[in-house]
Structures are given as C-alpha cells and as structure tokens.
Design a protein around this ligand. Sequence first.
Ligand SMILES: NC(=O)c1ccc[n+]([C@@H]2O[C@H](COP(=O)([O-])OP(=O)(O)OC[C@H]3O[C@@H](n4cnc5c(N)ncnc54)[C@H](OP(=O)(O)O)[C@@H]3O)[C@@H](O)[C@H]2O)c1
Length: 329
Amino acid sequence: MTTGGVEEKNKKKKTACVTGGNGYIAAALIKVLLEKGYAVKTTVRNPDDRAKNSHLKVLQALGPLEVYRADLDAEGSFDDAVAGCDYAFLIAAPVNLTSDNPEKDQIEPSLRGILNVMMSCVKSGTVRRVVLTSSAGVVCIRPLEGDSHVLDEESWSNLDYVTAEKPPIWGYVVSKVLVEKEALRSAQENDISMVSLCPVLIVGASPVSKVYTSVPAALSLLSGDEAAFEMLKCIEKTYGGVQVVDLDDLCRAQLFVAETETASGRYVCCGFNTTVVEMARSGHLLEKPRVCLSSTKLVREGFEFKVKTLDDTYDGLIKYGKTLGILPW
Ligand SMILES: NC(=O)c1ccc[n+]([C@@H]2O[C@H](COP(=O)([O-])OP(=O)(O)OC[C@H]3O[C@@H](n4cnc5c(N)ncnc54)[C@H](OP(=O)(O)O)[C@@H]3O)[C@@H](O)[C@H]2O)c1
C-alpha cells in the first residue's frame, strides 16, 4: 500500500506519523490530520490484511497517506514511518484487558514497544514533538478515602496499590504507568519534546469498522452485551466513576498538544464525569416509550388498573424484593 513520491509532492505540508492506523483512535486521528492538510504516515502490523485496513484506502482520498509495516516487537521497525516527520503520535499499543497472563501479553510487549518507537523518533532527527496516547488509568488508581475526589495530571496511579489490589484490568494499568514513565524518561534522556495525553473512556465514531473496547462498553446498556456491560462496571469500579471523552475531542486535543509549542508534560483528557446509573438514565435511553400498548378496551368494558405509575410499581416491588432477600433490608 506504500506509495512512493508522496513525501516529495508534499514537502511543504507538515508531516505526522500515527502508529497503529487500524486502531480505533489512530484511524480517527489520521482523518483529522488529513482534513487539516497534514501529510500522514501510518503503520500497521499487516498491510495485506484488507479487512482491517480498508478504511485507510478510503482515507487516502482525503490527502497524502502512506501506510508502513511496523511491529512494536521488532527493533527499528518504525524507523521508516517516523523518518522525516514533524510529529509522531504514538497510539499503537497492546490492549489485552482480559489476559490471564498480563506480564507476558500486556506489560512486557508494551515496554519493549515504547522503547523501540521512541528510538525511531530519536533516530529520525526531524520529530519536533512526540505525543503519547496514555490513559486515565495512569492517573486515578490509588488509595482514596471517601468521595468527591478531583484528580488531575499531578496524580499518578500507585503501582504498589494496583499490584496488591489487582483490579480486573491491573495488567493494563501497570503497563500504562510503566510505558508513560519510560517514554518520559527516554524523551528527557534523548532531548526530545514529548507530551502525554491521558484520555478517559473514549466514545464516538471512528473510520474503523470494528471496535473492541470503549464503544461496546459504553453501548452495553442498550445492546445487552453482558461482557461489555461487565467491562463498563469494571471501569466504574476501578476508576471510581465513568469518565468520558468524545473521540473527536480527543483527536483535536492530540493535535492541540502537538502544535502548541509551550505544551509540556502530561494532560488529562476528560469531557465529562458520569456513572453507569446516570448513563442508564441518559438521553441515549428512551425517556418515554417509543411504543405504547393500550388497554383502553379493558377499561372501557369496566376494568380498573390500581397501579398507574412507575413510583407506584416500585413501592410494592421493593417491598417484595426485600421479603425475597433479593434486596437488602
Ligand atoms: N479506547 C479507549 O477508550 C482508550 C482510553 C484511554 C486510552 N486508550 C489507549 O489508546 C491506545 C489505542 O487504543 P484504541 O482504543 O484505539 O485500541 P485499538 O483499536 O485496539 O488499537 C490498538 C492498536 O495497536 C496496535 N498494536 C497492538 N499491538 C501491536 C504491536 N505489537 N505492534 C504494532 N501495533 C500493535 C493494533 O494493531 P493490530 O490491529 O495489528 O492489532 C491497533 O492498531 C491504547 O494505548 C489504549 O490503551 C484507549
């Protein structure tokens, strides 16, 4: 899929490398960059996988987009993709939230990968800013007493706490903390300007046709997908809430921290804070039924319903639930 000469033709355009172009976030960022007039170089593990990469063909209609083969596991793999770029958006990363062996499937490959790609940025000599997509998991998983905590970039998740408590996605959290710290260290050591963005649960449409994590979780209240709903609840439990950001907002934030020369350090990227319960009540669910069934005929013929509101229903139902032991006294 790589096409020669794109760099030549677009010498005056700013060039950005986006790693992992078949991922949910990366594909959306590529679209935003092309629309802003950037030349984009992206990477995928297997350029021959048509099903996974078909959206990239479509995106090529928006502007100069080159696709390179690169694997985080292979040293030097990102050299060609990063060469000549002004910006490098590091988004590709193992995402194995439910692995039985997080050390092997999540933590080790994540660390190897970030070092490889950072070295490619250093070697390029052209990258003026690296933007790492980290995670809110790097910020908020630490011992916190009580409620109403407001955390920002100053906060780091506590690895002793995470490895002792082992929440369901602990391996992911550990990998994200280590990756962000390692990237910051490498940037400092090699005198590269790097900014990390810590996004919360990301929702919104991306050019990719398959999404594995955030969107199914956010939609689980509607879809009835139990595994995805478990993930949503797990996020709430682990993160102390469901913090949400729109995908387009995230992409614009990524571009913002790349282009703003004075940007530095880490940034929490959160649109709003909510809960599973609030989501269940939100506008995505019908406030009023779309389909009503009518018992007018019964009533007209002399029958009278006694329970006519939701509140009425709950009064009796909660009492019954308590006697059954389904609800606590
Ligand atoms: N989605 C969210 O709500 C959210 C929130 C906060 C942070 N994040 C972070 O954002 C990043 C991207 O997330 P996403 O939701 O876009 O996930 P995604 O759709 O699963 O994308 C992950 C990408 O990483 C690539 N990748 C995995 N292992 C690789 C390897 N060894 N070498 C090269 N590429 C590899 C995948 O390529 P293949 O297709 O070849 O596997 C894929 O392109 C991750 O770091 C994630 O932790 C996501």
